[in-house]
Design a protein around this ligand. Structure first.
Ligand code: 3BY
Ligand code: FES
Ligand code: FE
Length: 418
């Protein structure tokens, strides 16, 4: 009963989670839990909200909404990225609507207060002689661009352990030059499920062979638990084979100057991430229907197609950086049972559609995968809403990262007073 009862405290729900098991239902379905999570995980932690190449030219702007907060990401006249709150300093009106636009100044539709692309207020009619424009700039948002991925933190005390992510990924992402890539395609889906189910689903490939025929052409599962005690003899020998293969490929890539070994910060931390250069199966080049590159112009300064897939997760994103293109997925919770998953496909900025790449080959694997995952998340959420749901055990073979996610989730809720 405790798992759903509206009267039990969030703290009691957190207490009731059994180690090695999925979370109690209330943590996935209750609106009060959802509101608490928006504050803890989407304001007090760093979140990924976009890529620099969403706004490639001065005057390009895009609006991203997270809960009641609306952010303007833009490129100013000097070519610098700015992230500003989408709240007029007069009486609070929204300045821009959601989505992408091109602007020379930010003009509030209400009473035409006008801001430069830096956020400075340059025009405010009829405000009288004593009015000080200088203290009415748009509020800036704390952000970092890590290799072209834009992370924001809405807290006054952003967690400092984003430094490790920055230090590791700046080097790993440099050859892909994501800052100067082009967004070839973007696709939004609203999954009918809780954001944690979206993230859990992404952190395992236990479901892949039964659900992702297109992705399985190129994707090799990455999460094989390696606690020999916990594994059956069959799983143990499969895990040993997997680790041996990874050890060989990783050693070769690293000898060639491409950092590849797994780096993870998944528990006992605020900023949750994991990266590893993954092996691509079959033709080995890219996540396409036949595992060959979709774009003949490689990303950034890449000269090889055989460098696998630099994989990166955060708690609201997952990314795959391959020789010819990258897939960036950003997760924004909308309500306890609705989650926006925004997927972007990036190619070299000079790659021409129809010449260097075809949109269908570029996007079809992840469009299919995204659709399949949306269905799985909806099924999972619906089952968890059923009073018959009881948290079930994670596989020690292929779901160890889910257990780490649940542990991190509970620790972070506790760290923020729950
Ligand atoms: O991290 C990813 O994007 C993959 C794809 C399928 C499941 N997941 C591990
Ligand atoms: Fe923006 Fe008045 S609310 S100008
Ligand atoms: Fe999936």
């Amino acid at each position: 009963m405790l798992q759903t009862l509206a009267s039990s405290s969030i703290s009691a729900l957190l207490d009731s989670r059994a180690e090695g098991h999925s979370l109690p239902a209330g943590l996935y379905i209750r609106e009060d839990v959802f509101e608490a999570e928006l504050e803890v995980f989407f304001r007090q932690h760093w979140i990924c909200v976009g890529v620099e190449c969403d706004v490639p030219e001065p005057g390009d702007a895009t609006v991203v909404d997270i809960g009641k907060t609306s952010l303007i990401i833009l490129r100013d006249d000097e070519g610098e990225i700015r992230v500003l709150h989408n709240v007029c300093r007069h009486r609070g009106s929204r300045l821009l609507n959601p989505g992408k636009t091109i602007i020379s100044k930010l003009v509030c539709p209400y009473h035409t207060w006008t801001y430069e692309l830096t956020g400075e207020l340059s025009f405010a009619p009829h405000m009288g002689a004593g009015f000080d424009r200088e203290c009415r700039s748009l509020k800036p948002v704390t952000f970092k661009s890590i290799g072209g991925l834009i992370y924001v933190c809405l807290s006054d005390n952003p967690p400092e352990d984003i430094d490790r992510l920055e230090q590791v990924m700046a080097e790993r992402l440099a050859p892909y030059d994501i800052r100067n890539a082009k967004v070839a395609h973007e696709f939004d889906v609203i999954e009918q499920g809780n954001w944690k189910l979206t993230m859990e689903n992404n952190r395992e490939c236990y479901h892949c062979s039964a659900n992702h025929p297109e992705l399985c052409v190129s994707f090799v599962d990455l999460d094989f638990g390696f606690d020999p005690e916990a594994l059956s003899p069959e799983d143990r020998s499969q895990a040993e084979e997997h680790f041996a293969l990874y050890a060989r490929r990783t050693e070769q890539w690293e000898a060639d100057g491409y950092p590849s070994a797994a780096v993870e910060q998944l528990v006992d931390c605020a900023t949750n991430f994991r990266t590893q250069r993954l092996i691509i199966s079959g033709a080995g080049e890219s996540q396409t229907h036949d595992a060959t590159a979709a774009s003949s112009k490689l990303l950034g300064h890449m000269t090889r197609k055989d460098l696998g897939d630099t994989h990166l997760w955060g708690h609201n994103s997952w990314n795959h950086f391959m020789g010819d293109h990258a897939v960036v997925a950003i997760v924004i919770p909308l309500s306890a049972d609705k989650t926006l998953v925004r997927t972007k496909w990036l190619v070299h900025k000079d790659a021409v559609e129809g010449v260097d790449y075809h949109l269908q080959k570029l996007t079809d694997v992840w469009l299919a995968t995204t659709d399949q995952d949306a269905d799985l998340v909806a099924r999972s959420h619906a089952g968890i809403e059923d009073p018959a749901y009881i948290p079930g055990p994670y596989s020690a073979f292929s779901e160890t990262n889910l257990d780490k996610f649940a542990t991190w989730y509970i620790d972070r809720m506790r760290a923020h007073g729950y």
